[in-house]
Design a protein around this ligand. Structure first.
Ligand SMILES: Cc1cc2nc3c(=O)[nH]c(=O)nc-3n(C[C@H](O)[C@H](O)[C@H](O)COP(=O)(O)O)c2cc1C
Length: 203
């Protein structure tokens, strides 16, 4: 699971710089004061390392969120493990993007986006899309979805979406996206992310 920890750590440190804790929780009292005593057992302060190590025990898949940058007419994207399905009727999915992302502003302008569910052999694709700057799609083969967004060769499935809502939530924005089309792509096993590293499904 240690392989790939560098790209994952880069994401962690970009989003939550070392030493930066999460704002301590306070409880509002009935009269609205924010400094009321916190009940015994409540969490009052959470440091970044503890937050990451506990949340890292939640195993996820990894997606590549891709689109065509209208400025350059070139494909771009980022790797994300915060993806989830939300609603069937209407068909909605969601993912979270850090305010520090330099690729998200380009994807926002793309109109249609593609969520690519990455397969286990695509670990290098994941790492490449997680690097800030440069040509995100260098040596990555892709074809166009019906709406023209990049479907990456080797992905298990693709979901074509457009942004429906964005909700600012702390250091991220929660993006709710409407599904316009989707399909299975290649057969294979998923790329998993767990405890800050990559793994595979041995089911
Ligand atoms: C396994 C993995 C999961 C990631 N998940 C997210 C995520 O859910 N949200 C996010 O904003 N960035 C996530 N990142 C970081 C982005 O892929 C990317 O590194 C970051 O957006 C910086 O690149 P950019 O400036 O080109 O956007 C993840 C990175 C890795 C390696």
């Amino acid at each position: 699971m240690a392989d790939g920890a560098t790209a994952a750590a880069a994401y962690d440190s970009a989003v939550r710089p070392s030493g930066q804790g999460v704002t301590p929780l306070t409880q509002a009292s009935p009269d609205g004061r924010a400094d009321a005593p916190v009940p015994d057992g409540a969490v009052t302060d959470i440091d970044a390392a503890r937050f990451r190590s506990v949340l890292g025990r939640f195993a996820t898949g990894v997606v590549a969120i891709t689109g065509i940058d209208p400025g350059s007419a070139r494909p771009t994207g980022l790797a994300a493990n915060s993806f989830t399905s939300v609603s069937l009727d209407p068909p909605l999915v969601a993912f979270c993007v850090a305010h520090t992302s330099s690729t998200w502003p380009l994807l926002q302008k793309a109109g249609r986006l593609c969520i690519n569910i990455l397969s286990e052999p695509q670990i290098e694709v994941c790492k490449q899309l997680a690097i800030k700057g440069g040509d995100k799609f260098a040596d990555i083969s892709w074809s166009g979805s019906p709406g023209g967004s990049p479907v990456i060769e080797g992905a298990l499935a693709w979901i074509e979406v457009s942004v429906e809502q964005e909700h600012v939530a702390g250091d991220h924005v929660i993006v709710v996206a409407r599904v316009h089309d989707l399909d299975k792509h290649h057969e294979g096993e998923p790329l998993l992310f767990y405890k800050g590293g990559y793994g595979r499904f041995d089911g």
